[in-house]
Design a protein around this ligand. Sequence first.
Ligand code: OAD
Length: 276
Amino acid sequence: MIFYSTISKNIGKHPDRTTEKNRRVKSIFVKNFMYLCSCVKINDSYLMKHLVFLTGAGMSAESGISTFRDSNGLWEEYDVMEVASIEGWYRNPDLILKFYNDRRAQLNEVQPNEGHKIIAALEKDFQVTVITQNVDDLHERAGSSHVVHLHGELTKACNESKTQVYEIGTKAINPGDKAKDGSRLRPFIVWFGEAVPLIEKAAEIVFTADIVVIIGTSMQVYPAAGLIHYAKKNIPVYLIDPNPVNSSSLQVEIIKEKAGKGMAILREKFITHHSS
Ligand code: OAD
């Protein structure tokens, strides 16, 4: 408006002076217009709503990875404290190495499912963060860019003090393998009895969420199960699970479906109601 009125005031004045002044005004106008455009572009990302997913084993079930506590789940076949605790590691490291070598090898056989893919595709319209209890890499392989693995990652190994971390892909860790510091090489997994180093970061992320979606977790393992309580009051919270956890303390909209179908339903809802 200011630039427009400056230009209009100069109409009818001496042609040379007016032309020169108009040129300067025009150049300022163009510079400011471009600056405004760049601001809008930068701020696009801030205008996007922050969508936070809290995912558990059910997220990867349709990819063929067993959950833990369903019937036929992993904890029916294995004693959790033998294969997924720090005490188990001290008692029988070979058993633990084999358990996680098998899980890691399975990554070669499985693919991200529709649910993983929809979550990744939502990055076009939302700022998306995935906080997962899963140790597989299916969210990343589906294309998600911001994934926090609360319970570690199968594709990594570490030294005993967890201060050195190595990418190993789907390779096995063999008994006797050593880390660079000479300690035993172990799976980069957070076992029962160990701290969850990323829990504070995860809580901060949940606090910044505009929408939270919980998928495929029995919400039995803390501290992960407590993360939802860091969400701001009154934001929409959805729970996708064919057999959802029954908790009256959770004010959520339940979508009683498997991850793939549940995410297809939510995608429609999001595009209609929440994208801005
Ligand atoms: P659970 O096995 O405890 O729960 C799996 C949840 O997924 C259940 O609520 C199922 O109803 C649901 N589910 C099953 N199939 C599904 C599908 N197709 N789509 C969506 N949901 C489905 O697994 P988590 O809650 O992830 O930790 O377990 C948490 C932690 O306990 C794991 O990270 C692991 C385990 O012990 C460690 O090993 C440290």
